[in-house]
Design a protein around this ligand. Structure first.
Ligand code: BGC
Length: 961
């Protein structure tokens, strides 16, 4: 960045480096005072009052520190705040006591305490990186270690998350950026299709390519860590606001898609973050204060469901070597996810053998020492309980708590080592590939010049912050392919594809004076009034829908709308196209608009997004499963009026999730339905590919489309109103979400999970089974760790080491690791959570990255021959479902789903071509979580059934093992 120096400006990184490097500080101004960096001590307040037996972190942290805003201020302020809080409690907590009695003490086994945090550095795949990391970490000062674990604060650096560097040992500030659809808050980068569209491709290679292309762009923009992929929410509730960021409502599909995209990201050297751990299934009440309540919702989940459903895809992610895991905003069994020792220490780090680092979602950290002890390794964005206040729960507080012994030094060492090891693991020490100057764009301005830390009110010089580097390469091709392959053909009565001359398979094609008249209807076919980036974070539904909203959304470099691609794609001599890009065309006054068409293509959509912003009645989560903006009415009038009742209507849906189609799906005029999910920037082109037949559709539903919301069960309903001062959401349906629920209660869906038509047909042979290893109930004994975690000097450093270096230039609100004076180190005993002193036995399900290696061994292979029996070449998605032995419920004493997805493969077949598809079924695939043994258990009595087919209900043949 020489040009910056030529202009006599200090580059942002240079400012940053100099601020931290005491050797350089003498030549910098020292006249900027820090305001208040300190807050009331979050580490020493008395324990909360609820049943401590299951307490994995002090609950209701804010109760222990009742008025953070009053920190260090007058008693009057404290009493006023307490008064306000009391009123809030009386108002919100009517019945709270009874709810407390009912919910506050989770049943045994829900979230028992799990301490201490297992250290990283035990797995074979990471041994080398840990060796390098330990050399570096052993040279770090304590503030440097703290710096690496703590974000610098909201808008305190170019990315949405920035850590502090350890300058003297050469460890850079890390730049963390959303994900998962592309690079958020930047220019000249691809707006890829959403995760749900990727899931709908059922194409492992595209899952990989999606991650890989994203990572190439991230690296070129100077990002170290992508905040994606997203597998939580899993999709328990079809109206959940963020389901579209993930891959579909099934743990197996989510797990494979996550693992493939993680490999794609990390093969490029970028660290992937799998998020959100765990059970952040709805937006309402997901986060403290965002919904007016002081505490986030608690997702109350039993141990077996946690393992088989919600944690399952995290297991795949860890096995794939993911660098980072983001813990979520919500509570799990009444303990915040980022302070839940059972989830982080127990399941993630011990059982699954996770070797990377756990970062908090933005402000999801709710306690200082407690979260460190529970297994959190990095706090984001660095601010504490409230946005952008600079009052970190770590930073100087972590320094103090290590100095006074509340957080063991070895825990801090482990946190830092995990982060540094991940950096080495993906080769980010290679300065040729990773510019230590960090991002070449700013998340906070589109101007070329700006300040480094706009979140700080301190005066700063303006420097070049945006270099507008175009990193898109040829990624439009991959974006287009995913969008096309992720488009699901739901209905086709001989009309699709339509060729460019207007010909279709329809036998009775009527032509008007030799010309086919095609009308395109609906706002969703065209551009929004303010362009694709008209609303901040895409939080509105205007024009064609290509993405949901929130942190998962990106700036579109362009958006090819359906009308762009379909308006001009036809042979003009043979097709006459007209369009009404509104949802309320003047049909009643001018019925001829519809009457004068042979074919009508009608567009409608449904949008949702992240809960920090709403659009109309969609407050993150959708209020219902219907199409929005009058979409259902529009489709009904088009289908009934097209060609005066004899026209043929093609319905195109863009959506974040399932929509109820009952009002129109069976109308005689509706000849075809394409569900194009959220296609990203190449929307129109991809749709044209499918409509015109250049691409034979091969997308399959990543969730079930029911006939109404009730059909999904009570557990599928969003809690729109809090039922308690800490909203309590009991996942009482257990394993039975989406198709598992429909199967169990024998409910006929409109379109089942996995459904998707093609322009050709396929035939499957009866599966062949080959035993690879004999059945046995439990996995082999947990193996010994491959390596020993690094050991460090255990002595607490001199107090002087943690003080601000002389003449240090501070930016207000910026989170630093230093203290002003040693008097801040208060030696009070910390009230450790109940159970903290009881060392937990190691899980028999653990032993390596991804858990006990035996879980990943293939026990049986299932093969089938698939033949393309139709008249076109095309991709086939072969799906494998497993049924547990019929007597399993009796022999094991627990209930089992009718079937579960355990394999899928996409294969391209020319006409009449045959291919053999083979699935490797692992021990984990065959097992259920035995809560008593705390281990995965295979059913050894009776025979497993394996069914293959094209959806969860279109199953052609079964074999047994
Ligand atoms: C979201 C995360 C995101 C983070 C940073 C949070 O609100 O839940 O998914 O990565 O913000 O933008």
């Amino acid at each position: 960045m020489d040009h910056k120096q030529e202009e006599g400006l200090l580059s942002p990184k240079e400012h940053f480096r100099r601020s931290y490097d005491s050797r350089d500080s003498s030549d910098l101004d020292s006249d900027i005072d820090a305001t208040e960096y300190l807050q009331s001590d979050p580490l020493t307040a008395p324990k909360g009052s609820y049943n401590p037996a299951y307490q994995t972190q002090p609950r209701n942290r804010w109760l222990r520190q009742p008025c953070c805003c009053c920190a260090g201020r007058s008693r009057k302020c404290v009493w006023t705040c307490l008064g306000i809080l009391a009123l809030v409690f009386i108002a919100l907590g009517g019945g709270g006591f009874f709810a407390y009695k009912k919910f506050a003490a989770p049943k045994d086994g829900l979230s028992p305490p799990w301490y201490p945090t297992p250290k990283g550095g035990t797995a074979r795949n990471w041994a080398d990186s840990y060796r390098k990391a330990s050399e570096m970490v052993s040279k770090m000062t304590l503030p440097e270690k703290v710096n690496v674990t703590t974000g610098t604060g909201w808008e305190m650096g170019p990315a949405v998350g920035n850590t502090g560097p350890a300058v003297n040992v050469g460890f850079p500030s890390l730049a963390l950026q959303d994900g998962p659809l592309g690079i958020r808050f930047t220019d000249n980068a691809t707006a890829f299709p959403a995760g749900i569209t990727v899931g709908a491709t059922w194409n492992k290679d595209l899952m990989y390519q999606w991650g890989n292309a994203h990572a190439i762009e991230a690296r070129k923009k100077g990002i170290n860590v992508i905040l994606g992929p997203c597998i939580g929410p899993l999709g328990r509730m079809p109206a959940g606001g963020r389901n579209w960021e993930g891959f579909g409502a099934d743990p197996y599909l989510q797990g494979i898609a996550a693992a493939e995209s993680i490999k794609g990201i990390q093969d490029e050297g970028i660290m992937a973050t799998i998020k959100h751990l765990v059970a952040n299934e709805q937006e309402h009440f997901r986060q403290s204060w965002e919904w007016g309540l002081p505490n986030a919702i608690s997702s109350n989940i039993d141990d077996r469901t946690m393992h088989e459903l919600y944690m399952w895809p995290f297991g795949d992610s860890v096995k794939a070597g993911v660098a980072s895991v983001m813990c979520s905003y919500n509570q799990i069994n009444n303990s915040y996810a980022c302070g839940n020792s059972k989830i982080l220490n127990g399941i993630l780090k011990d059982e699954m053998g996770f070797q990377g680092f756990v970062m908090s979602d933005w402000l999801a950290q709710r306690g200082g020492v407690s979260s460190a002890l529970a297994g959190l390794d990095m706090t984001m964005p660095g601010d504490g309980l409230f946005w952008a206040d600079g009052k970190s729960l770590w930073g100087p507080e972590l320094t103090k708590s290590v100095m006074n012994g509340s957080v063991p030094l070895e825990r801090l060492n482990d946190m830092v080592t995990r982060i540094v090891a991940a950096w080495y693991q993906f080769g980010q020490d290679d300065t040729e590939r990773f510019d230590p100057d960090g991002p070449n764009f700013s998340s906070w301005t589109n101007d070329e010049y700006g300040v480094f830390a706009p979140g700080s009110p301190s005066e700063q010089e303006k420097v070049i912050v945006n270099e507008y580097e175009n990193v898109m390469g040829n990624h439009s091709a991959i974006a287009r392919q995913i969008a096309a392959e992720g488009t699901v053909l739901l209905k086709n009565e001989h009309i699709l594809p339509i060729d460019r001359h207007g010909n279709t398979d329809m036998k009775l094609r009527k032509k008007h004076e030799g010309v086919v008249r095609i009308g395109i209807f609906g706002e969703d076919a065209g551009p929004g009034p303010n362009g694709p980036n008209g609303c901040k974070d895409r939080a509105c539904n205007e024009g064609t829908l290509a993405s949901g909203w929130g942190s998962g959304a990106v700036e579109f470099p362009y958006l090819v709308t359906p009308i762009d691609a379909l308006g001009s794609g036809w042979d003009k001599d043979k097709v006459n196209v007209s369009s009404w890009l509104t949802n309320s065309p003047p049909f009643s006054e001018q019925p001829e608009i519809l009457g004068n068409q042979d074919i009508c293509i009608v567009f409608a959509n449904a949008d949702s997004g992240e809960g920090f912003v709403s659009w109309e009645s969609v407050k993150g989560d959708r209020p219902d499963l219907f199409l929005q903006k009058g979409g259902d009415d529009l489709i009904v009038s088009v289908a009934n009026g097209c060609g005066g009742g004899s026209g043929e209507t093609i319905v195109i849906i863009h959506t974040v999730g399932p929509v109820i189609m009952e009002r129109w799906i069976d109308l005689p005029g509706v000849k075809a339905v394409l569900l194009a999910n959220l296609p990203g920037q190449e929307s129109g082109n991809a749709l044209a590919d499918v409509l015109f037949g250049a691409v034979n559709p091969s997308g399959h539903l990543p969730w079930t489309i029911g006939k109404n919301l009730d059909d999904y069960g009570d557990g599928a309903k969003i809690m729109y109103l809090p039922n308690n001062v800490v909203p309590q959401q009991n996942f009482a349906e257990g394993l039975y979400v989406d198709y598992r629920y429909f199967d169990k209660y024998d409910i006929k869906p409109r379109f089942e999970f996995g459904f998707g038509l093609s322009y050709t047909t396929f035939n499957f042979t009866i599966p062949r089974i080959k035993e690879q290893k004999p059945k046995s109930a439990y996995p082999a004994a947990r193996p010994r760790d491959f390596a020993m975690p690094p050991e460090y000097d255990p002595s607490i450093p001199d107090e002087d080491e943690v003080l601000f270096p002389p003449n240090f230039r501070k930016l207000e609100k910026f989170v630093y690791p230093y203290l002003d004076t040693v008097d801040e180190i208060i030696m009070d005993p910390y009230p450790y959570p109940e159970g903290y002193d009881v060392k937990q036995p190691l899980s028999p399900a653990g032993g390596d990255e991804g858990g006990n290696p035996d879980l990943w061994e293939t026990y049986v292979t299932v093969s089938t021959n698939v033949t393309n029996t139709g008249a076109r070449d095309g991709n086939v998605v072969t799906q494998l479902y497993l049924a547990y032995p019929p007597n399993a419920s009796k022999t094991e004493g627990v209930d089992f789903p009718v079937k579960v997805l355990r394999g899928f493969e996409k294969t391209f077949l020319k006409q009449n071509e045959m291919a053999t598809v083979t699935f490797n079924v692992t021990r984990r695939d065959l097992s259920y979580w035995d809560v008593k043994a705390q281990n995965w258990k295979m059913v050894t009595d009776g025979t497993y059934g394996f069914v293959v087919g094209e959806s969860s209900r279109l199953l052609h043949a079964m074999a047994e093992w």
